[in-house]
Design a protein around this ligand. Structure first.
Ligand code: IPE
Ligand code: MG
Length: 214
């Protein structure tokens, strides 16, 4: 999810408003993905590297996270969404850790779809942690590392979408992206609609995936 800041700047608005509109998009897209029958949707909300941003912006993002959980949790519980968090979320503020713990518990038995939010997430860090755990248990193999990744219980990654014209992965799901399809769009995240998601899925459906075979 990229482009909140530029969306606000274009409108001479504070960045915080761009992030706020970005959260509205999260609501819309999470709902649309579930209605389109997607088994899993993973959103990159806050990276390990985002701590480099100014303190007031980080604080705005954390407040939006609190508000999102507070306002959305009941709907997630009701519509069969299992919430999952990847990244080192236990290092966030204690009240957020409590809210997340409660949200995970309340949605744990849901089976309709999984909404994963990457918080304080960095893929290299995730791989290093997984490799260390795998080593502690025995041999380091592709399978043993994979089994220790934060995403171990998610289906294989099919499609990565990045908005706002940037064409890079920025430490997101590097391992999991090995055979994922990628779709890049200039659309800024607050402007991203279910129609864009639909277009991306349509493109994805036309791709021939050989996974190294032929
Ligand atoms: C993405 O929007 C939102 C988060 C990192 C949470 P940005 O804040 O990166 O927006 P730009 O890149 O400045 O437009
Ligand atoms: Mg950005």
């Amino acid at each position: 999810m990229d482009g909140n800041g530029r969306w606000a700047k274009k409108r001479l608005m504070p960045r915080a408003l761009g992030h706020k509109r970005g959260v509205d998009t999260v609501r819309t897209i999470a709902r649309a993905a579930r209605e389109m029958g997607l088994e899993a949707l993973t959103l990159y909300a806050f990276s390990s590297e985002n701590w480099k941003r100014p303190a007031d912006e980080i604080s705005d993002l954390m407040s939006l996270l609190r508000a999102f959980i507070r306002t959305e949790l009941d709907e997630l519980v009701r519509n069969g969404t299992r919430l999952k968090i990847i990244g080192e979320w236990q290092a966030l503020a204690p009240d957020i850790v409590d809210m997340i713990g409660d949200a995970l518990a309340r949605t744990a038995h849901n089976r309709q779809t999984t909404l994963t939010i990457a918080l304080n997430y960095g893929s290299q860090q995730e791989i290093a942690r997984a490799a260390a755990r795998a080593a502690a248990k025995g041999a380091i193999t592709v399978e043993s590392i994979e089994a220790e990744l934060d995403t171990a219980d998610l289906p294989p990654l099919d499609l990565i979408i990045r908005t706002s014209g940037e064409v890079r992965l920025s430490n997101f799901l590097l391992w999991q992206a090995a055979y994922a399809e990628m779709w890049f769009t200039d659309v800024l995240w607050p402007d991203f609609t279910p129609e864009h998601l639909h277009d991306a899925l349509g493109q994805f459906a036309t791709r021939e995936r050989r996974f190294g075979g032929r």
